[in-house]
Design a protein around this ligand. Structure first.
Ligand SMILES: [Zn+2]
Length: 165
């Protein structure tokens, strides 16, 4: 999925749940959650670099180890030892990222890598478009992209209203 989606849906769900349970997500909790939900896509920078270096190759950041969920176990354990609440928020943020990428992305997520090399993908609206730019162009034509942008605007407004103003 796109960054707007990775950023917004986990935050909106967590905010609604936290309000329902009478505890507002603190600014630190919101930061950990948003960072973890977005973190795997930082590998996009490596994709950009490699694409410049090898312009003829189809390179997709979903093939990198940073998009293998088990890669994060060591970080999550480390954070949890330090602070269990932040550890759980990191798990939540990362899981939402990989679930969304399993729902719709160029070719899914290797949930069991390095034990199994299989990519898991639930929908195939944009399957086979391994080049990120082509995939993005196809995704932007889907109705869900509108909801992603609406959710993103609501998230930005909420973050400003709850934590900045
Ligand atoms: Zn991703």
């Amino acid at each position: 999925m796109v960054n707007q989606a990775h950023f917004s849906y986990p935050f909106l769900i967590a905010s609604m749940l936290s309000i329902a349970f009478g505890h507002l997500v603190s600014v630190q909790e919101a930061f950990v959650l948003l960072f973890a939900a977005f973190a795997p896509d930082i590998d996009f920078l490596a994709e950009m670099y490699l694409k410049k270096k090898y312009p003829k190759k189809v390179i997709n950041h979903h093939d990198f180890i940073t998009h293998a969920p088990l890669f994060y176990v060591i970080f999550v354990v480390g954070i949890s030892i330090w602070n269990i609440k932040y550890g759980m928020l990191a798990v939540y943020g990362l899981l939402t990222h990989f679930i969304m990428d399993t729902l719709i992305s160029p070719h899914g997520i290797r949930w069991l890598y390095p034990f199994k090399n299989k990519f898991y993908l639930w929908t195939d609206f944009t399957k086979g478009l391994d080049d990120t730019d082509k995939w993005l162009a196809a995704y932007k034509k889907l109705p869900i992209y509108k909801y992603d942008n609406i959710a993103f605007v609501i998230t930005i407004v909420l973050v400003i209203a709850l934590y900045i103003v």
